[in-house]
Design a protein around this ligand. Structure first.
Ligand SMILES: *Cc1c(COP(=O)(O)O)cnc(C)c1O
Length: 409
């Protein structure tokens, strides 16, 4: 269909063929672009991208990224969404948008490690101070909020040590003191509790201001996409975040959005499967003589279990929701080397970071070096964290049994 007056190479670029526009399919299309074409100069001059009523440039949104944003708002009960190329980029975007020289950010001592590192390196270098508060002590957080406090991070439960905080009380405190609260909601994933409606009664009286989610984990479910989201319910706050997001140029790819759109319909089913298997294995390990403590918020005796029960206990028809993660403290009479040998002996559980994918993972941690304060809720011993994948639970139990036997007997 070469146009006669154009050179062949020009005709390949400016090709007149347009497919019919009535293609109706259930699966979202992958739209990819840097340039978005305007019909005329007036449209170009009047371009509006802040309210998502049109398109301006690939970085500022495509039909594919808008679709993903809307579905994620549904998942978490929010109204506006920004996408970032990783969970950590989403965390950094919130910090850069809301903090300036002289401000202070408060972070729970058990938070996702790189969030703490960001505060200790870049933020500090820009004159933004930080303090790590005790996640299990609302009074400690209250005492640390000063007129310089601009942002309070929350995480439920904490990374690795799995303590479940009194999230509702902490959010209420931030509200009362007029400080923005941002929750790292990766564990809850929008499924364990409603971050913008912590009472769970639909009243929205009590909720976080910002929910950040590492979509890399449960929404992806495949261990093959890195992405993060920043969800809000307040348009003014959203626009503040969005302008920083735009100036930083942290866009996401259409293909990655499509991978997430494809995985999202099964996220609740997968989450429940991870949860059920993790609870079974955590309960089994709790009875093993080498283990002195199992850190899993749904297990009675785990730090903050009552708070978990209150916030997440009603999910999934009253069974409660608890993701697929737990940690184990091995009896200190077993050396670190023995515990390392246990991890090395596992066959189905692979050594590696992250979670939410189909493959079970294990990581040993030196938890004392990760915390500023003592951990009175934790028994002494070596901590190992498990991410339970989607394998058959009997196979995982057999794998744990053979590795315990190999390392500790
Ligand atoms: C993985 C994770 C992140 C960061 O996500 P990436 O996409 O890997 O950058 C943030 N918070 C928590 C709790 C996480 O587990």
């Amino acid at each position: 269909m070469k146009q006669p007056d154009l050179d062949l190479i020009t005709a390949l670029v400016h090709h007149p063929y347009q497919p019919p526009s009535d293609f109706v399919a259930l699966q979202p299309a992958v739209h990819k672009a840097s340039t978005v074409v305007f019909p005329d100069v007036a449209a170009l001059r009047n371009r509006r991208w802040l309210d998502k009523s049109g398109y301006t440039y690939g970085l500022h949104g495509t039909p594919t990224s808008y679709q993903l944003e809307e579905r994620l708002c549904t998942l978490e009960g929010g109204k506006q969404c920004l996408l970032a190329p990783s969970g950590l980029a989403a965390i950094a975007c919130v910090a850069l948008a809301l903090l300036g020289t002289g401000d202070e950010v408060l972070i729970p001592d058990n938070a996702y490690g790189p969030n703490k590192s960001l505060a200790q390196a870049e933020l500090l270098q820009w004159g933004i101070s930080h303090a790590f508060y005790d996640p299990m002590d609302v009074a400690d957080l209250a005492a640390r909020i000063t007129p310089r406090t601009r942002l309070v991070w929350l995480e439920a439960p904490g990374s690795v040590s799995m303590e479940f905080p009194d999230l509702a009380a902490m959010v209420a405190l931030c509200r009362e003191r007029g400080v923005i609260s941002a929750l790292d909601n990766t564990w809850g994933a929008g499924l364990a509790f409603r971050p913008f409606d912590l009472d769970g009664d639909g009243s929205h009286r009590l909720g976080v201001d910002i929910s950040v989610h590492a979509l890399t984990k449960y929404p992806s479910g495949g261990g093959d996409v890195l992405m993060g989201s920043v969800i809000t319910v307040d348009q003014v706050l959203h626009l503040r975040l969005k302008l920083t997001h735009m100036r930083l140029g942290i866009g996401v790819s259409g293909n990655d959005c499509e991978t997430l759109l494809r995985a999202l319909p099964s996220v609740a089913l997968r989450y429940r499967a991870h949860d059920a298997a993790a609870r079974e294995l955590a309960g089994w390990l709790q009875r093993h003589p080498c283990v002195v403590q199992v850190l899993h918020p749904a297990l009675p005796g785990s730090p903050g279990h009552a708070h978990w029960q209150q916030l997440c206990g009603g999910a999934f028809g009253g069974q409660g929701a608890a993701a697929g993660l737990f940690s184990v403290v091995f009896d200190p009479r077993h050396s670190q080397a023995r515990v390392d040998a246990f991890c090395d002996s596992l066959r189905l559980f692979k050594l590696g970071y992250s979670w939410g994918g189909p493959t079970s993972l294990v990581v040993p941690y030196e938890i004392e070096s990760m915390r500023e304060r003592a951990l009175p809720q934790l028994r002494p011993g070596t901590v190992v964290r498990f991410n339970v994948g989607l394998e058959a639970v009997e196979d995982l139990r057999a794998d744990l049994a053979q590795a315990l036997e190999a390392a500790f007997s």
